[in-house]
Ligand binder design. Structure first.
Ligand SMILES: N[C@@H](CCC(=O)N[C@@H](CS)C(=O)NCC(=O)O)C(=O)O
Length: 228
């Protein structure tokens, strides 16, 4: 089916201005120097992701972005797409070479999306009751996660040693954590330094640009550390 696809075939990324999962993929495409087309699907504060883009409906039974179309191949789920990017465009490597380090990096990537970010999703639904017990519990769990990452960064610049997909995932999730009330505190200075290093990358700055514009246009909070 995909025999005609090559690394030089231009992929198309279906994403949205506030899609943290879409931005994960976009940063990784840029890191790998892939020339891609970016399609922003309909999204608004009032209606959410509606109407659904026809390509998203065709490609993803979960009806979500990001979707990556490469030749005849249609892929969904940011972490699955990471695997494809690494296979199709191996350099620069965004997973560690060592098998154990790679397994650990994949765990960290999953933790960012499914353990840490699940607390941030809780906060999204309770912004009006941020002082309440439910929100405060999510904030406390998020801060405990920052402390874990702080320990991990005691002898490294990036989460798994060299910069990798796990850094991209946690960075994107933490931006939303910051926006939703689970801000970093003085307790985790290394995480703050890591975040500054991440925000300074050209690939990250280029990717965040449409989100910052969207938030500014809609008079919504933009954390200072992502401002150019
Ligand atoms: N696990 C998926 C999550 C994708 C996801 O939650 N996408 C959101 C936008 S960031 C979405 O499309 N939401 C619309 C919906 O669920 O209808 C991934 O990593 O791609």
């Amino acid at each position: 089916m995909s025999a005609s696809i090559s690394a030089s075939t231009r992929p198309t990324l279906y994403t949205a201005p506030l899609s943290m999962f879409g931005m994960k993929v976009e940063i990784a495409l840029r890191e790998k120097g892939v020339d891609f087309e970016r399609v922003s699907v309909p999204y608004s504060g009032e209606n959410g992701y509606a109407p659904k883009h026809p390509v998203v409906l065709e490609a993803n039974p979960k009806r979500q972005v990001p979707v990556l179309v490469h030749g005849e191949l249609q892929l969904f789920d940011s972490s699955q797409i990471f695997e494809y990017l690494e296979d199709r465009w191996p350099l620069p490597n965004l997973w560690p070479g060592d098998i154990s380090a790679r397994a650990l990096a994949r765990q960290l990537e999953l933790m960012a999306d499914e353990v840490y970010f699940s607390q941030i999703i809780k906060l999204m639904g309770v912004q009006e009751a941020i002082e309440g017990r439910y929100a405060q519990e999510a904030i406390a769990i998020s801060r405990a996660y920052y402390v874990q990452i702080e320990k991990r960064l005691c002898d490294k610049l990036f989460l798994a040693g060299d910069y990798c997909f796990a850094d991209i995932a946690f960075f994107m999730a933490q931006i939303f954590g910051e926006r939703m009330g689970a801000a970093l505190t003085d307790e985790t200075p290394r995480v703050a330094e890591w975040r500054t290093r991440m925000a300074a990358r050209t690939t990250v700055r280029e990717t965040l640009h449409p989100m910052i514009d969207f938030l500014d246009l809609n008079e919504r909070f933009v954390p200072a550390f992502i401002r150019p």
